[in-house]
Structures are given as C-alpha cells and as structure tokens.
Design a protein around this ligand. Structure first.
Ligand code: OXD
Ligand code: MN
Length: 622
C-alpha cells in the first residue's frame, strides 16, 4: 500500500491517539519519522524490495502461498487442518538463544547480573556490519503492530522490519497488524523500533534455503532508545520481536518509567457457581503448565474459566486503586508436545485450523502429530526434520520445543471481551514453580510486600535429576529471569512501588502455588490440571473472607477442611504431606535466597531483606 493512501485516509483513531510519550527518547514521530527510519534500514540492509504490510486477508493469503512455493511452508491437508501449515526450521534454530540475548543499557548496572550486558556503542559497531547488506536478494517487510487493542489506554505500538515472511505471518497472528496502527503513528503516537534479519543475503539468482538463518546470532535490546535488533534466527521467540523482546524486555523498562508492569503471566477469568467473576494472573517458569492453567477446565461442578491470555500480561494501577490487566498479544505461540485431549482439550480444539505449526511431525494423511497429542503414536510419520519415523526408533517425532501459532479468537473458551482495551481488574496473582519438596500446594502472602518477596524467590527444578534437591534449583524470580529488561533488583523495587499505588483493600491478593510436590514415595501428591480449580476455589473464598487462613512461618495456609477434595484420590496423609513445612530445609532455602539477593550487590530493596529476616525468625521459632 502506498503511504500516500495512508496520509489521505481520515485520521479517526489518530485524533484520539493517547498522549503517552516516551519522554525525551529519540523516537521517530509521525509518518515522516517512520519513513525516514525505514529508508535508513533499507540503505543499511539493501533489500531487493520493500513491502509495507497492511494486514489484509489477501496479503496474508499471498504471503502463505509464496512460502509454500518457496518450500518454507508445507500446506496441511485441508480436510483435517484447514488453512494450516507446517514449517521445519533449520535444526540449529529451534529455541530462544539466551546466551546471545543482550541488554545494551548505557550503564552495566542497569542491566544487572541476570542479563548479558553490552555497551550500546560497542554492540552497535558489532552488529551494524552484520546488518549491512544482510537483506540482499530478499524482500524487506515493514510491519506496524499494536500490542493491546489499537489506541487502547494500556496499548503500545511498534514497527518490525524483517526479511522473514514466516516472521510476518506469525506477527499477523500474535499482534494487531496494519494500517490502523499507521494512523496512530501518523497521529503522533510513540512507537518502538524493531529490526530483524535472518542474516542470509542472496546472490543474484540464488534460491533461498527453506529456513534461512545464520550461525551467528544477536538479539539486542536498547532500553534507552527503545529499539530491538535481532540477527541470525528465524525462531519465533527471536523473530517475533513484539513478543518476548518488546512486550516483556522493552515493555518492562517502559513500565518502570511509566508506572506499570510487563509480566510473564497468563490471565484468566474464573466464574464461580453463583456467577461471581474473578480475574487471576499467574506467573510460572516454562514447563510448569501455564497454557494448561490458562485454558483450565474445572473439575468442580458449576465453575468455569474463560481464557484471557496465556503468556504475557501488562498490569497498570487504575484510578480506582485496583490493578488492571490486559493481554497485549492476539494469539498463542505455544509448545505442542504435551498438549493433548486429556491434558488440554481446549488447546487441541483451538488448533482445528488456521494454524502455523513449526517442527511438529507430519502424518501420511497430511495432518500433524506430536508427542502427547494422542496416547499412542501413529505407526509412521515424517519427523520434524523431514525424515521417516516409526515409534520403534525411540526418539521424539516432534521437536520438544515444537510450536503452534494460532489466533486467540479461535480458543473455544476465550472470554468474549478478551481484547477489551481497558482490560480487567485483578483479584489474585499467583506465583508458581515446579517443586518436588518444601513448597506447599498453596500459600497466601500476608500482604503485598510479602507477595513481592514470594515472587522474588520463585525457583523451579532444573531437571528430573535435580528434583527434590534444594541446591539444584534454578532461580526464576517472577518467571521473568530471561525477560526483565533492566536490573532485577530494581524490578523488585518497582513491584513494591506499584503496591503503594493500589488501595490496600483493592490490591490483588498474592499466592504461591505448587502443583508438583511429590510424596516420600516419589509420586505426585496432587492430580493437577482441572483439579487445580480446587485451589482457585480456596483462593477465592479467602478473597471473599469466607474462610480463615492459618498463619505459618512461610505464609497463610488453608485449613484441611477448606480445600475441596471430594471425589479425588487425595488422602488425608497426602494432604499432610502437601502442606508439610520442614523448618530445617526452609532455613537452607533462606540461605540460598540470601546468596541470590547478594548477587545484586546491595540493590535488593530493604523491605525484601526484612522479609527474609522475618522468615528466618519465624522458622527458628517454628
Ligand atoms: C515462551 C517462553 O516461548 O517462555 O513462551 O519461552
Ligand atoms: Mn513464555
């Protein structure tokens, strides 16, 4: 679409563009700023063509058709999976590359010890030559996108330049793309600059690989100038820059400066048998059942869950003293293996069609398969690398990090108002991890500061071998370890500040949950999945003041009689084990927390040290 067309369109949404500004940062303003930036990037990367993405259906159809012709996508059998495609990545380009992910803040201490820091000028002089000519022979796409409803009070805008049509098709699912966003920019709305190249220029006449990428990879964030530069990878987490790079790392910095929070959280509405509605956000490290909780099917009669988001939530204190949340995304980029009829029927139904699958296995009938989709594997498949596969081979057919990319609107239990610009007011925040020992099924924070302390100490077992051994835990505070764009100790302080903006009786209550505790016999003590609604039932009764919480050294616990375990195989002995608190191992855990806090060299806020001291005091007296 010609830019002239955009200029002549009525600037209806631009007229209502929010007055938010990114301070004195050197962001381009208006369409002149955007076109000047696009010209600069084109001069650097030297693409053959420039395509301004308008987000139309026709454009998307043409893009998908082109990718099938080029061998990037395989069209699935429309009889089983209409409008759906399979991509096979290069075997080396299958996941986020944390070791190649950088925060290039002016000062090293602003990135903090949990991030890879690079001096902005140094890393610019490293990556600029890589981007020079990197799009030769390819089309450069300009993709304007909005995180959150276009023009919404919590929404933010970005533009991604990319030479990957796969990235374009994915961004079109995961965000709101198109000319509405350009109109916002024309109206003066600030926007984040994101540049992506797979790093595989073509010689004249040379045909592209089906999955172009480069062995050298850089995912670089410039928090002061609100830019992302990603080089060498086509994988979603490195290539859909709106997601982890913008909506978490860069947005966390914008949130720090503007007074809100960008979080690695799912978002749901829980409706009780009386029709009362509650909103819950929950942060879990990967492989802890986040998507399953986002699409929970409660096993207790009369309860319902509506999905609002599965990965990212932006939280902002409202004038009413509540904490309001939106899911800034428009789709799900989920892990396929382990998603099946018995574990997440809703996700399976969501994937009925219009889905881009990456690195799953292909069935002879032109449909897809992955481990866990069905109990039994098909007799023969083509594996994620395109090789013949049978179950006897004893290796997975789908890559363990194979993915689906699908529109949120396709989820059968999506809330009708899931993309409302204002979002929803939160009643509870849950922090979870995978812990075989120590951490009870559920514990309630005594107040906001204690809740922040719980979030800051979240850890999860790294491997099966490590399960149960406290020393082998991976710290993942707020499940944000790889996603916080600034010093995590300052981030803890920012959480404390947000609490001060909330009305004490309207702030969401904070809970720590653990679905994964094991008994002394090594078996999971809690059935999980739909039965997690029983824990949410208790949480809601706590919020309503209908049941007392029992004070313990680590927070408030349920009375055994208040947790509804009717009809499930959880015995009284299991319940005792699920909630057992061993002061000695908790004191060891407190020592590890102290070690972790010390890595921040004096930056962890005093109230969290006070929480740690109080925890030790209570444990010593327990
Ligand atoms: C994701 C992740 O892809 O957390 O959502 O890595
Ligand atoms: Mn995630």
């Amino acid at each position: 679409m010609a830019l002239a067309d955009i200029f002549t369109r009525p600037a209806d949404s631009a007229a209502t563009a929010s007055p938010r500004a990114f301070g004195m940062r050197p962001l381009g303003t208006g369409l002149e700023g955007l076109t000047a930036w696009v010209d600069d990037i084109a001069a650097l990367t030297q693409p053959d063509r420039i395509h301004w993405v308008d987000g139309s259906r026709a454009e998307n159809d043409a893009l998908l058709r082109q990718m099938v012709e080029d061998g990037t996508l395989i069209k699935l059998n429309p009889e089983w999976r209409p409008g759906s495609y399979l991509a096979r990545s290069h075997p080396s380009d299958v996941a986020r590359t944390e070791a190649r992910t950088f925060i290039a803040s002016e000062r090293e201490e602003d990135a903090g010890p949990t991030n890879n820091w690079a001096a902005p000028d140094d890393i610019r002089s490293t990556i600029t030559p890589l981007f020079a000519g990197s799009m030769k022979g390819r089309t450069m796409y300009v993709v304007p996108f909005s995180m959150g409803a276009v023009g919404g009070p919590l929404s933010h805008i970005g533009v991604q330049i990319t030479d990957s049509p796969y990235a374009v098709a994915s961004i079109e699912v995961m965000t709101r793309v198109g000319t509405d966003v350009l109109r916002e920019i024309a109206g003066g709305a600030p926007w984040v600059k994101t540049v992506h190249s797979v790093g595989a220029p073509l010689e004249p006449g040379q045909k592209s690989d089906a999955w172009p990428c480069n062995d050298e990879k850089y995912i670089v964030h410039f928090p002061e100038t609100l830019e992302v530069w990603s080089y060498g990878s086509g994988y979603g987490g490195n290539a859909i820059l709106a997601k982890k790079c913008f909506a978490l790392r860069i947005a966390s910095v914008i949130g720090r400066d503007e007074g809100w929070l960008a979080e690695h959280m799912l978002l749901i509405r829980v409706i009780d048998p009386a029709g009362r509605r509650y909103h819950v956000a929950a942060a879990f490290p990967s492989a802890c059942g986040k998507t399953n909780l986002a699409m929970l099917k409660p096993t207790i009669p009369g309860w319902r869950v509506e999905t609002l988001g599965d990965d990212i939530a932006w939280l902002r204190p409202g004038e009413d003293g509540r904490l309001w949340a939106i899911n800034p995304e428009a789709g799900f980029f989920g892990v396929a293996p382990g998603t099946g009829e018995s574990t997440n029927q809703t996700a399976v139904e969501t994937l009925w069609g219009n889905t881009i699958f990456t690195n799953v296995a292909l069935r002879p009938d032109g449909d897809v398969w992955w481990e866990g989709l069905t109990d039994e594997a098909p007799a023969e498949l083509t594996d994620w690398q395109g090789n013949p596969w049978t179950p006897a081979m004893g290796r997975p057919a789908a890559h363990p990090n194979s993915r689906f990319t699908v529109s949120a609107a396709q989820c059968p239990q999506i809330a009708a108002d899931w993309d409302s610009p204002e979002g929803v007011p939160l009643d509870a925040i849950l922090f979870g991890g995978r812990r075989a020992t120590n951490v009870p099924l559920v514990v309630e924070a005594t107040d906001w500061t204690h809740g922040v302390f719980l979030g800051s100490t979240i850890s999860s077992e790294r491997t099966a071998a490590a399960e149960g051994t406290v020393g082998e835990l991976r710290r993942d505070p707020f499940a944000m370890l790889p996603f916080c764009g600034y010093n995590m100790a300052d981030y803890f302080g920012h959480w404390l500040k947000i609490g001060q903006k909330l009305r004490f009786d309207r702030a969401p209550r904070v809970f720590q949950v653990n679905w994964f505790r094991k008994g002394s016999d090594g078996r999971f003590l809690w059935p999980g999945f739909g039965d997690n609604a029983r824990v949410i039932d208790w949480i809601i009764r706590r919020i309503e003041g209908e049941v007392p919480g029992i004070d313990s050294a680590i927070g408030r616990l349920p009375r055994a009689e208040d947790l509804d375990i009717e009809g499930i195989a959880v015995t009284d002995a299991d319940m005792a084990e699920l909630f057992a608190i061993d002061p000695a191992s908790w004191l060891r855990e407190a020592d590890l927390t102290e070690e972790f806090f010390q890595t921040f060299e004096g930056r962890v806020p005093a109230p969290l040290w006070a929480e740690l001291a109080a925890l030790r005091y209570r444990l010593q007296r327990a």
